[in-house]
Design a binder for this molecule. Structure first.
Ligand SMILES: NC(=O)c1ccc[n+]([C@@H]2O[C@H](COP(=O)([O-])OP(=O)(O)OC[C@H]3O[C@@H](n4cnc5c(N)ncnc54)[C@H](O)[C@@H]3O)[C@@H](O)[C@H]2O)c1
Ligand SMILES: O=P(O)(O)OC[C@@H](O)[C@@H](O)[C@H](O)[C@H](O)CO
Length: 383
């Protein structure tokens, strides 16, 4: 049986990427640091994925196991030696921490195997695999780096499936939406995986996904949080929030259409489909999950600031995006380490310094000015 090593046995790992591999017929070794999940994987060797849909589908996932990378890194190195794919879904900021172990696995593998290995980061970040590759290369000797060509391939990808926080009776089971899309950039055929789509140029796909699904999601979360909503579908029941979310992804849409030549009517259908997905009450998705890690989401290349800057460059509207940037600054969730850091920085340094340091936005940038204006307005609103 062909082998896959997947880092991150969390919601997307078990509910999407790992599940697709297992359904295709691969054995999936999940690598994680969450002991209970790894123990349960090794004990049960299976779990169930259920779709949050009217006609619920129940998919039994078999041929899975786990390795705790903190306790047994040498087992991870062995598993990489036998794998066809190494994939990740752990969050982009964690990639640099797992890269040295993947590098060790690759170095050992190259001593004995000529089989091709495909490395794919499945994270919500543009070119996440490039980032992982850079970190892996840093950890490898030059003599090993020179052997990678034609043997180890690093492929960027875009992943789309909403998997909320889980509240199931069984620890490993996962509730997911039925919609899913996994697009991998490659100029050659890859060993088959059910549901994986291969394209020669990922840019239009990843930007369309990140700047529509994730921009719209973040907008719902941050405006929803400000309005005291707990759930994404509840936030969208508020007509004002719904209008703001739609207007924000119309702004990113105008940029995407101009940049990539998407047909406006087709893009409009894409937007409508996404709004429909967000409103699924069976997902019961939390505002706090979707708004998580606001420092990452306010980053210069992420879902809010990047499309605002692109719109600005093209002379398009960015007022709604600026409003969401302001709302993100109000995300004050004590369980979220980045939200705590953000609020601390706002208190100590002020909003202009935060927008400069976190988002790379200068004080005299019209996006900054609009965001600061909205930030002050939202303060008045809150009181
Ligand atoms: N949940 C979604 O709807 C969704 C959809 C598309 C993409 N994504 C992306 O997928 C990635 C994972 O998201 P998620 O929702 O599955 O998160 P999650 O928190 O459910 O899963 C992440 C897993 O990574 C593990 N992990 C953390 N640090 C680790 C380390 N050093 N070594 C090994 N494992 C480690 C955690 O223990 C956890 O099990 C993120 O980049 C996210 O943006 C999520
Ligand atoms: O995972 P994040 O924190 O980058 O973003 C939160 C959600 O928007 C995200 O997980 C979506 O559910 C997902 O990207 C849908 O494909």
């Amino acid at each position: 049986m062909n082998e896959v090593v997947h880092f991150g046995a969390g919601n997307i790992g078990r509910g999407f990427i790992g599940a697709l591999f297992a359904e295709t017929g691969y054995h999936v070794t999940f690598v994680d640091i969450a002991e209970p999940i790894i123990d349960a994987l090794n004990e049960k060797k299976s779990y169930v994925v259920r779709t949050a849909a009217e006609n619920q589908e129940t998919i039994a996932i078999h041929n899975v196991s786990g390795i705790n990378s903190k306790k047994n890194p040498e087992e991870v190195i062995d598993a990489i030696g036998k794998a066809v794919y190494v994939t990740t879904a752990i969050g982009p900021k964690v990639l640099p921490f797992i890269a040295p172990l993947i590098a060790k696995g690759i170095a050992e593998r190259l001593k004995t195997s000529d089989q091709k290995l495909y490395v794919i980061a499945c994270e919500n970040q543009i070119n996440a695999t490039d980032l992982l590759k850079k970190e892996i290369l840093k950890a490898l000797d030059k003599s090993v780096v020179s052997q990678l060509d034609g043997r180890v391939y690093f492929l960027n990808s875009a992943v789309d499936r909403i998997v909320p926080l889980q509240h199931n009776d069984e620890l490993l089971d996962v509730l997911v939406e039925d919609y899913h899309e996994w697009i991998v950039e490659s100029d050659q055929q890859l060993p088959g995986v059910k549901g994986m789509q291969i394209v020669p140029d990922l840019a239009p796909y990843i930007e369309r996904k990140l700047f529509t699904v994730n921009t719209g999601h973040a907008t719902t979360a941050y405006l929803g949080y400000q309005a005291g909503k707990e759930k994404i579908h509840e936030a969208l029941r508020d007509p004002e929030i719904y209008q703001d979310v739609k207007a924000t992804i119309e702004e990113t849409g105008a940029y995407l259409i101009k940049q990539y030549g998407f047909k406006p009517e087709v893009h409009e259908q894409y937007i409508e489909k996404i709004l429909h997905r967000f409103q699924n009450p069976k997902l019961n998705d939390d505002v706090i999950r979707v708004g998580r890690s606001p420092l990452r989401k306010l980053g210069p290349e992420d879902r809010l600031v990047k499309p605002a800057r692109e719109a600005e460059k093209l002379g398009l509207s960015f007022a709604h995006l600026a409003k969401v940037i302001a709302a993100a600054l109000r995300f004050d969730v004590t369980e979220d380490a980045e939200a705590v850091k953000l609020q601390q920085q706002l208190k100590e340094k002020g909003v202009l310094a935060v927008l400069q340091n976190v988002s790379g936005l200068d004080a005299d940038d019209p996006i900054t000015q609009e965001a600061v204006h909205q930030y002050e307005q939202s303060h008045l609103l809150k009181k």
